[in-house]
Structures are given as C-alpha cells and as structure tokens.
Design a protein around this ligand. Structure first.
Ligand SMILES: C[S@@+](CC[C@H](N)C(=O)[O-])C[C@H]1O[C@@H](n2cnc3c(N)ncnc32)[C@H](O)[C@@H]1O
Length: 326
C-alpha cells in the first residue's frame, strides 16, 4: 500500500538513489500473532440489545461476542450483557481498556456528542467507569515514562505499543537540539509536544489542537513543561495568524484525511529545517508530500509501522527537509 500510494503516483520513487520499495519495510510492533491489541472498540447494538459490529460498508449490525483484535480487558468490561440501547437511538458504545489498567464505557451519538443513555449497569463490573453515570469521563494512559489524561472518547493510539514507537521515531528523525523552536500540529493530549519539549529544553514548542477536551487534558498532562504553549484552535486558522516567523522543526499528525488546503504552504513559509509528518493513510501522505515538494521540501527518510495488525491500515512517518539545490 505504501509503495502503491507513493511510487505509482510518481510522488516518491527513490531517496538518494535507493528505490522506495527497497527502502520501506513495514515494521511490526511486536512479534505476536497480530491479535489481541485493540485497546479501544466502538460497538453498535443489535435489535435485540446485544453489542455488535457493523458489517463492512453497511449499517447492518452483527452480534459479536468477541473480536479477535481486542485486548481481553475490553471483553471482560462488557461481558455478553444484553439490554444495550436499541439501534434506533443511534448511540455507539465506546469501550476503552487503558494501559494503566482502567476500563471505561461511553455512549456516543451520531453527531459525536456524549449520550447519557443507560447501559445495562447491573451487568457491567463495578470498576468499569460509565461516562455520565458513574466514575470519571477520562482514563489514565502510561507512555514515555509519564501519565496521560485522555477523554474516554478522545484520541489515543489504539495499539498498546504505538505511542512509544511513534515518539521514538519522530525524535530519531527530527534530532531536536536544546534551544530550538518547534510546532506540534494536531497535538491531541500532548504526547509529541512533551517529547520534543524535553529535547529542546529552554526552547519553545507551540502545540495546536482543535478538540477542547484534548487541550484541557494536555494542560494537565504538560503542567510541568513551561516551554510548551498550548493553543486550542484549528491548525489552519492558527497557522494563518502566525505569518512572518521562523521555526526550527515541525511535527504534524493530522487525521486520516491529511491536512487542509493552505497548511503545507504555511508550514513551509516558516522555513523549518526538519518536518516530521505522521500519517495513518499513505494516500493522504502522498498527496501532501506532493504539496511539500511544490514548496521546496522533499522526503529524506521514511518509516512505516504495522500499527493496526490484520487490517488494511498502515502508519507512515516521513521526514521532510528543504530540497537540495543542484
Ligand atoms: C491522529 S490524532 C493525533 C494526536 C496526537 N499527535 C497523538 O499522537 O496523541 C489527530 C488530532 O488532530 C485533531 N484535529 C483534527 N482536525 C484538526 C484541525 N483541523 N485542527 C486542529 N486539530 C485537529 C484531532 O482532534 C486529534 O486530536
């Protein structure tokens, strides 16, 4: 898929004379069998009130008493309980098993808003939080030697090893130096901002995130890092107000669709010496690399990881640097 997206579209065929298909290996995160890794599941309910999953490309919900991809803590949080809200209410059930051992459930409506519909509470173990009904609306995750507060329905990498693997990779690629200035765009609860902040020391990191609760949680997560400035804004509107400045390095980890129009142009106008693009869709990455190229940047390294084993998804991390003038 990576080669398809990059090479066949003609966006990136080689780096320093080495063909991309020889250069990119999709690295596994562990030596397991590719099962039992999903720490977050989003279920729908069947007409008779069981939890299930939608058929591929369909609204039909099939009862699922277990998914081979989920970690065992997910199943034990919901057991095979019945009495979930009927599908007519259009509420999905998000179940999270965090790396600190917490389990939590939240109902999410079609429009992404939390729905306080009642779960079959009596059948759910008492230590499982149910958003709006009992316990907290967030879970604690552990990664990179720190604790992270994340909303139950907030963004956190699904594979238990993904956060640390990606953090290590961006630090390897960017090689941040003390005193440098950095941006972490689409920063979530602040994982990459924290890692870069540690490396730049008394430099500065601007972290930009559009989700209000993620920014609130980032504020707590990074309370000891005065070099991080958190901004609650859409990346495109924040960048538009930051013209005429320089930044040494940029990390961006946008949603599947990639970046909005104008974002690449704004980033390159800050003349960073290194840009690290974390992408969960190689096709969006290919499109955005083509834009970076138009603005004088090219890929100098690329890594790929099997963050979602047994699925068609693959994560890429690309280092972009100013193109050499020949
Ligand atoms: C793939 S996640 C990355 C989060 C973070 N880097 C991490 O690893 O935890 C993408 C994030 O971008 C945010 N987001 C999506 N579109 C955005 C936009 N236009 N402006 C700002 N943030 C946005 C989402 O809320 C989400 O937190």
């Amino acid at each position: 898929m990576v080669v398809d997206s990059l090479v066949r579209t003609g966006v990136l065929t080689e780096i320093d004379g080495v063909p991309i298909d020889e250069l990119v290996t999709v690295e596994p995160l562990d030596d397991g069998d590719g099962l039992g890794w999903r720490t977050r599941m989003r279920f729908a309910s069947t007409n008779d009130g069981f939890l299930g999953l939608r058929e591929h490309n369909s609204h039909t919900v099939l009862r699922a008493d277990g998914c081979p991809l989920e970690v065992t803590e997910i199943r034990s949080a919901i057991s095979d309980s019945k009495g979930w809200p009927s599908p007519s209410k259009k509420a999905d059930v998000v179940v999270v098993a965090s790396s600190s051992g917490e389990r939590a459930i939240e109902f999410v409506n079609d429009d992404g808003k939390i729905d306080k519909l009642k779960a079959p509470t009596s059948e759910i173990p008492t230590d499982v939080a149910i958003a709006g009904t009992r316990g907290r609306s967030w879970v604690s995750e552990e990664a990179n030697g720190r604790s992270w507060r994340v909303a139950i329905d907030g963004f956190w990498q699904v594979h238990p090893r993904a956060t640390e693997t990606l953090t290590r990779t961006i630090l390897d690629l960017l090689q941040p130096v003390a005193g440098e200035s950095a941006m972490d765009l689409y920063s979530g609860v602040g994982v990459f901002a924290a890692a870069v902040a540690q490396a730049v020391g008394d430099g500065v990191v601007d972290a930009v995130e559009g989700d209000k609760s993620a920014v609130a949680n980032a504020r707590r997560n990074l309370h000891d890092m005065s070099q991080v400035r958190l901004h609650h804004a859409s990346v495109e509107s924040w960048l538009a107000n930051e013209s005429d400045r320089h930044v040494d390095l940029v990390v961006l980890d946008p949603p599947r669709s990639g970046v909005a129009r104008g974002v690449v142009e704004q980033i390159t106008s800050f003349t960073p010496s290194r840009v690290c693009y974390v992408a969960c869709d190689p096709a969006s990455l290919a499109r955005d690399i083509a834009l970076f190229r138009k603005h004088g940047y090219s890929v100098s390294k690329i890594a790929a990881f099997d963050l979602f084993p047994m699925t068609k998804h693959v994560e890429c991390v690309a280092l972009l640097t100013p193109s050499k003038v020949s």
